[in-house]
Design a binder for this molecule. Structure first.
Ligand code: ZNH
Length: 145
């Protein structure tokens, strides 16, 4: 269900993504902008202020982990549901993450990418990435049924 233009847009952007930077930035922005998401990370320690969240090494490590998992989806665009089946079950049945948060994470990621890419973040690129994060969110939500 991807056009070759969408695949090209998703892949070309991903090549410019620095997981070490954009991973921590995306997760920090989610935790700061939507503070209720902090409750899922009770073991992560100090999240008392935006600076505490940005400098929290567990937040950084987890942000990288999540973006690495997203990279797997980029590499398997035609089987995102398949590769995320276990991860979806984990979020549904063990972590009890409200799937609405996947949507928020996707929105914030698009903003982070837009800043990173500047004028290269064309409307076509935005459209392809909005679709990608929606497909990822749907795949992660599958295990909730
Ligand atoms: Zn998540 C975990 C992915 C979103 C919450 N995650 C996780 C992991 C991964 C992921 C890979 C690891 C697993 C293991 O270890 O096995 N995520 C992901 C992705 C996404 C996500 C891809 C999208 C895109 N998450 C999310 C959200 C939230 C979450 C939104 C909330 C808010 N996760 C989570 C938690 C966990 C996880 C809580 C656990 C952590 C720890 O370490 O403890």
């Amino acid at each position: 269900h991807w056009t070759s233009e969408e695949k090209a847009a998703i892949n070309s952007v991903w090549q410019k993504v620095d997981v070490e930077k954009e991973g921590p930035e995306t997760l920090s922005r989610v935790l700061i902008t939507y503070p209720w998401t902090q409750r899922y990370f009770a073991t992560f320690g100090n999240m008392s202020s935006p600076a505490a969240i940005i400098n929290n090494p567990k937040v950084s490590a987890h942000g990288k982990k999540v973006l690495c998992a997203l990279g797997e989806a980029v590499s398997h665009l035609d089987n995102i549901k398949g590769i995320y089946a276990k991860l979806s079950e984990l979020h549904a049945k063990t972590l009890y993450v409200d799937p609405y948060n996947f949507k928020l994470f996707g929105q914030v990621l698009v903003i982070v990418l837009a800043r990173r890419l500047g004028s290269a973040f064309t409307v076509e690129v935005q459209a392809a990435w909005e679709k990608f994060v929606a497909v990822v969110g749907a795949a992660l939500s599958k295990g909730y049924q």
